[in-house]
Design a protein around this ligand. Structure first.
Ligand SMILES: CC(=O)N[C@H]1[C@H]([C@H](O)[C@H](O)CO)O[C@](OP(=O)(O)OC[C@H]2O[C@@H](n3ccc(N)nc3=O)[C@H](O)[C@@H]2O)(C(=O)O)C[C@@H]1O
Ligand SMILES: CC(=O)N[C@@H]1[C@@H](O[C@@H]2O[C@H](CO)[C@H](O)[C@H](O)[C@H]2O)[C@@H](O)[C@@H](CO)O[C@H]1O
Length: 342
């Protein structure tokens, strides 16, 4: 009798543990899995989940709702992959072959230099040891504002609201001086590529988005010899930003966005979408400003007076409409808050 009862307790404990661990691991990876009872498949899946769990432990989040939480929207869960790494770092400078081949075509670079030696040279100059925004294990609720460059920010009076975030992400040539009441004055991270570079305040992290090998080499020369001054347009020979403040966007993360989120629309993602997706992966709450047209249908920049500029929609590189729909869908499922401006 006692033996039977003990066996029952053991079996119950084993079944309970199996169910708990499996559901925790499946939940953890955010993947939409189809049920299959092939034992080999289950073992492979199980070991992959365990590996991911140890490699990418989930950061505790104390917001009311946290972006990476699965189970709220199938559309989101099917696209969001929390294991994708937004930065290249000195410790993680490997780009998978397929991502590299895709990336090489973005700007049709003729005879590119070796990527490995370029990255080795780059990480010999910049520390490239990650970003405090990314430090896992730090508790709390990371509130991020992503500020695009749309003219709909004019007269919006969003400035104070934007500045109240822990992290404020801006991009390209976006100025704050003179526009503080509408766009705020705080910047923690600024996304640029050589052709859109502007000098940043000393406390701002520069996130380089490389679209070609030359962009990575440009950072090296802009910090040293000053030899590169032209890519497809003139670019600054020298930059003042401190080496410690430079972070490098991961081309494999760009490809993930292009495939999972853009579903191959356009030639490659815009800086706005790259910044928004970056925020979704490193912040707990994301509020989006300065995306889309203004109330009159103009697509100009907030610092431009010529409202018929329309540069963002007119380029043949990005699918502005599809990108904007992603933003609206994210807002409709309450993963982000979208501030439409004026
Ligand atoms: C002529 C041209 O090439 N314009 C491109 C410019 C240009 O290269 C830089 O401004 C140079 O400093 O860069 C882009 O973008 P741009 O610098 O215009 O804007 C950054 C991001 O803000 C969002 N945006 C902008 C204006 C607007 N009316 N609505 C918006 O939603 C978009 O998400 C956009 O990505 C870029 O890098 O993506 C995309 C633009 O197409
Ligand atoms: C207006 C246009 O199509 N310019 C392209 C240029 O695209 C721009 O690239 C930027 C990154 O370098 C950024 O993505 C911006 O949003 C794009 O408009 C490049 O593709 C360039 C490559 O040689 O060709 C220009 O004609």
């Amino acid at each position: 009798m006692v033996v039977v009862r003990r066996r029952n307790v053991k079996m119950f404990t084993f079944a309970f543990l199996l169910i708990t661990v499996t559901s925790f691991l499946l939940n953890y990876t955010h993947q939409v899995t189809t049920t299959t009872w092939d034992p080999r498949h289950l073992i492979v899946q199980f070991s992959e989940h365990v590996q991911k769990l140890f490699k990418y432990p989930r950061r505790p989040c104390s917001c009311r709702t946290c972006i990476s939480e699965p189970g709220h929207s199938l559309w989101f869960d099917q696209r969001f992959n929390s294991t994708m790494q937004p930065f290249l770092t000195s410790q993680n400078a490997l780009i998978p072959e397929d991502s590299y081949r895709w990336w090489l075509k973005l700007q049709g670079e003729k005879s590119p230099r070796s990527l490995n030696s370029t990255l080795a040279e780059l990480f010999g100059i910049i520390p490239g040891d990650g970003d405090p925004l990314q430090e896992r294990g730090s508790p709390g609720c990371r509130r991020c504002a992503v500020v695009g460059n749309s003219g709909n920010l004019r007269q919006s009076r969003y400035g104070q609201d934007i500045d109240s975030h822990d992290f404020v992400l801006r991009m390209n040539r976006a100025p704050t001086a003179g526009y503080e009441s509408d766009v705020g004055s705080k910047t923690t991270h600024h996304f640029v590529y050589p052709e859109s570079y502007k000098e940043l305040a000393a406390n701002v992290s520069m996130i380089l988005i490389p679209f070609k090998t030359l962009d990575l080499r440009w950072v090296v020369t802009a910090l040293t010899t000053g030899t590169i001054n032209f890519t497809y347009v003139p670019v600054p020979r020298k930059i003042k930003v401190k080496k410690e403040k430079i972070l490098v966007y991961n081309p494999a993360f760009m490809k993930y966005i292009y495939e999972n989120w853009l579903e191959h629309h356009g030639r490659y993602p815009s800086t706005g979408l790259l910044s928004l997706m970056f925020a979704l992966h490193v912040c707990d709450e994301v509020n989006v400003y300065g995306f889309g047209a203004d109330s009159k249908g103009h697509w100009h920049h907030y610092w431009e007076n010529n409202t018929s500029g329309g540069a963002f929609r007119k380029t043949g590189v990005h699918d502005g409409d599809f990108e904007f729909n992603i933003t609206l869908t994210l807002a409709s499922i309450e993963k982000i808050k979208f501030f439409k401006g004026r």
